[in-house]
Design a protein around this ligand. Structure first.
Ligand SMILES: Nc1ncnc2c1ncn2[C@@H]1O[C@H](COP(=O)(O)OP(=O)(O)O)[C@@H](O)[C@H]1O
Ligand SMILES: N[C@@H](CCC(=O)OP(=O)(O)O)C(=O)O
Length: 369
């Protein structure tokens, strides 16, 4: 196996128990597994949860807090404890580690994403292990990732990793939550993330985890669309992490079919914030999805939101299923006037001599989701 860049994500459920506090032996074990990957010539980026779980007991909460400000307070105590454990554990293998705290806003702003990327590149060049978590102190409501699975997929894309390994307390995705259904069977390999996969992926299984399998499938979707294969499973014994990276781990593998997605399309699909929604008819749905064509105003049935030309909008079919996202060429009030009209009537309806773009969304500015 040649040198690879591997993102490893460790969930709260793997590091702590329901009473909170860190399990120091477990942190030390994961550090030794990561050190083994480094010794095999790979570069590892670690995305770790556990700040809230590590800190809540320390400041006097009996159970994991539910309110945002309490979670933020617990995380600010716990993040330092988490980092202290990792730094000590990596140091015993002669490895230096660095703390990086990110929010979704850091990915949506291209300049900040590029700064984060430059820092990560320099750390990897110096053989330092970036240890990444969400910046819980400044993340509010819609800015929050909510779970670190999505964060790990965004990091994998940003760093152009060759693998994303999501470690959790269950050895893969099962046909039903295996802690509740003893007849559940594991999916060893998932070639396509279908509605059936989403239907079986349930919520968190423990008092400390968030997101459960559902957010892991979301993460797998983001990473595999970016050309990065994903492992979701358990690492409990020496050598398990190396096995996971080699494709023989205890878990499920999500395959990728895409070549790595251009940065612009990644941004459009997974980082941009849509400012409106266009509902389109069956003909437009077919043109966009089956024929890879642009969206013309004639196929638009309904317009929602106050967007302007150049903004990102989401596109729904008549059943209100999301088809994808694109950059729209008209302001919302212009689109209201021309929705349903053939291209020949657009200029006169808008009172213009000529039209720069006949398409509402050009195919080059579109991603199917
Ligand atoms: N179909 C499924 N297959 C496996 N686990 C599932 C499934 N649906 C829900 N789960 C739950 O997801 C949990 C893992 O997610 P989570 O608790 O968020 O862990 P983490 O802290 O590692 O992110 C499992 O322990 C399990 O209870
Ligand atoms: N940033 C938070 C992550 C929250 C969380 O529990 O995430 P996860 O265990 O990955 O589902 C923390 O460190 O506690």
């Amino acid at each position: 196996m040649e040198h690879q860049r591997i993102v490893v994500k460790i969930g709260s459920s793997s590091l702590t128990g329901p009473q909170g506090g860190l399990n120091h032996e477990t942190v030390a074990f994961f550090a030794s597994e990561i050190a083994a990957l480094q010794q095999h010539g790979h570069s590892v980026l670690l995305v770790t949860s556990g700040a809230v779980a590590a800190g809540f007991r320390e400041i006097g909460y009996v159970t994991r807090p539910k309110l945002l400000h309490e979670k933020q307070a617990a995380a600010s105590v716990g993040q330092a404890l988490l980092m202290r454990d990792y730094q000590q554990a990596f140091a015993t293998h002669g490895l230096v580690s660095a703390q990086i705290l990110l929010t979704r806003g850091d990915f949506t702003h291209r300049k900040r994403a590029s700064n984060a990327s430059m820092t990560i590149e320099e750390l990897l060049k110096q053989d330092v292990i970036p240890v990444i978590n969400e910046n819980d102190t400044v993340s509010v409501d819609e800015l929050k990732f909510g779970d670190n699975d999505t964060l790990s997929a965004l990091v994998a894309n940003l760093a152009r990793a060759s693998h994303l390994l999501i470690l959790t307390d269950v050895d893969g995705l099962y046909s039903a939550n295996p802690s509740k259904d003893p007849d559940a069977v594991r999916y060893d390999r998932i070639d396509e993330i279908t509605d059936e996969i989403y239907a079986v992926a349930g919520g968190a299984g423990s008092a400390v985890g968030t997101g459960g399998m559902r957010s892991k499938v979301d993460a797998a979707k983001i990473a595999t669309r970016g050309g990065i294969p994903v492992f979701v499973g358990r690492v409990t014994e020496t050598g398990d992490l190396l096995a996971a990276a080699r494709g023989v781990g205890k878990g499920s593998y999500f395959a990728t079919h895409s070549a790595s997605l251009p940065m612009k399309k990644q941004w459009l699909g997974f980082l941009s914030v849509p400012l409106g929604t266009l509902v389109v008819d069956e003909g437009a749905e077919k043109a966009l999805i089956d024929n890879g064509r642009s969206l013309l105003p004639v196929g638009i049935r309904q317009i929602e939101g106050q967007f302007h030309a150049g903004d990102v909008v989401e596109v729904h079919n008549l059943q209100r299923e999301t088809l994808g996202r694109g950059i729209v060429n008209y302001d919302h009030d212009q689109l209201q006037q021309i929705a349903g009209l053939p291209s020949s009537r657009i200029a006169t309806t808008l009172g213009l001599d000529y039209i720069q773009h006949l398409e509402a969304i050009h195919r080059d500015e579109w991603i199917t989701l």
